[in-house]
Design a protein around this ligand. Structure first.
Ligand SMILES: CC(=O)N[C@H]1[C@@H](OP(=O)(O)OP(=O)(O)OC[C@H]2O[C@@H](n3ccc(=O)[nH]c3=O)[C@H](O)[C@@H]2O)O[C@H](CO)[C@@H](O)[C@@H]1O
Length: 363
């Protein structure tokens, strides 16, 4: 078939960007001559991450509505109108055959304008609790690809397809050699390795915990890959050493996952989906600062299958060391967790989502 054109829109955090990149890569594999355009929010991380993945991106002047009265909120109506106008122009000029929204503020105006012009739109919702932008768009799109059961609480049942969350191809294959991966970080090949993930932006409370426990980890001969987040890097880089690798952001997640024996992580939706594929023992520390506490729900879906452990932020002082020591000292416990988490993996999500997009193209 001729040259398709696709717009992918989503962003704000990695959790909305990487699914869009994974979907674009699969579309490109099937339609090598297709053209792609990403639409994100100006000044957010997609403006850097999408070009790194080899795609063009346009930024809209848009941000979320805050709960309090702030200058940002007063500007919101102006930003919204400016974004709708720009989104309309982008759609008219690029003339996409289909538009895919992966959540985050920028996808709101873009999908609003595209659907208004009769262009088929697909949403991908990563979380067990739907995001506000996707909820606003639900009646305007043809299909909504989700990763959890029970999403009819937010979306029309006949539009829902359970596909799982897209995971980048190199993480699905996990082809790297462990020694090569450890070498990449400059770590020893014969020490247990703990990977600490704070989500795409980094997590303040997890960083404080790791800082406090550095002596404990050292005492147990554990080496660390510590992703502290761009915002916190200046504060924590002083701990970077032979055994503790402090990084603002990991561009090689495949190596980070391969190198590790144990993982501590936030419970953002893509992180959870990736960790299921990776199949290693995980302790989740969900962010309590997200809508409807959805990270705790994401993590609980695994905890109740005995596929991961969870410590809430408020319990870290009392419980973390106890829980960590127990799993660290028991190989049987680690193997059990690894086996159970792998059972929940949905490695074909991207293919299933692109199948849905293709169905709309052939209509
Ligand atoms: C604070 C916040 O609003 N968090 C939300 C955000 O999380 P966040 O943006 O952290 O999203 P996820 O945990 O879903 O995904 C993070 C993604 O970034 C990648 N990554 C992360 C760190 C790194 O150094 N390198 C790297 O490549 C991970 O491999 C993963 O693909 O979006 C998620 C998906 O909607 C939500 O579930 C989270 O609640």
């Amino acid at each position: 078939m001729g040259n398709y054109r696709f717009i992918l829109s989503g962003g704000g955090t990695g959790g909305h960007i990487y699914p869009a990149i994974a979907i674009a890569n699969e579309l490109k594999k099937r339609h090598p001559n297709a053209e792609f355009l990403f639409v994100g929010a100006k000044d957010r991380m997609e403006m850097e991450k999408v070009p790194q993945a080899g795609y063009k991106i346009e930024g809209l002047w848009i941000s979320g509505l805050q709960r309090k009265l702030t200058l940002k909120n007063l500007l919101f109506p102006i930003k919204l109108i400016s974004s709708l106008l720009k989104a309309g122009k982008i759609v008219s000029k690029f003339k996409p055959h289909a538009v895919i929204g992966t959540g985050g503020f920028a996808s709101g105006p873009l999908l609003r304008m595209a659907s208004g012009r009769g262009i088929p739109c697909v949403l991908q919702e990563q979380n067990s609790y739907a995001g506000i932008t996707n909820k606003l768009l639900k009646d305007r799109v043809a299909k909504i690809c989700v990763a959890y059961d029970g999403m009819e609480a937010f979306f029309p049942l006949d539009k829902i397809v359970k596909t799982g969350n897209p995971v980048r191809g190199d993480l699905v294959t996990m082809g790297a050699d462990k020694n090569v991966a450890l070498d990449f970080f400059g770590l020893s090949t014969n020490k247990p390795t703990l990977l600490v993930l704070g989500g795409s932006l980094g997590a303040r409370r997890i960083n404080q915990l790791i800082e406090e426990k550095l002596g404990y980890f050292k005492g147990h001969g554990i080496q660390l890959i510590w992703q502290c987040g761009k915002l916190y890097f200046e504060e924590y880089k002083k701990y970077d050493s032979k055994e503790v690798k402090v990084l603002d952001f990991l561009n090689r997640m495949d190596y980070a996952y391969t190198a590790s024996d144990l993982i501590i992580s936030r419970a953002g939706a893509s992180s959870v989906s990736e960790l299921c594929i990776v199949g290693k023992p995980v302790i989740f520390i969900p962010s309590p600062n997200v809508a409807e506490d959805h990270q705790t729900k994401n993590a609980m879906a695994l905890v109740k299958e005995n596929a991961a452990l969870m410590v809430k932020e408020k319990d870290l002082d009392n419980d973390f060391e106890k829980i960590f020591t127990k799993v660290f000292q028991s190989e049987a416990n680690q193997n059990q967790l690894a086996m159970n988490i792998k059972k929940l993996a949905m490695p074909n999500a991207t293919v299933a989502i692109v199948d849905e997009i293709e169905k709309l193209l052939s209509k």
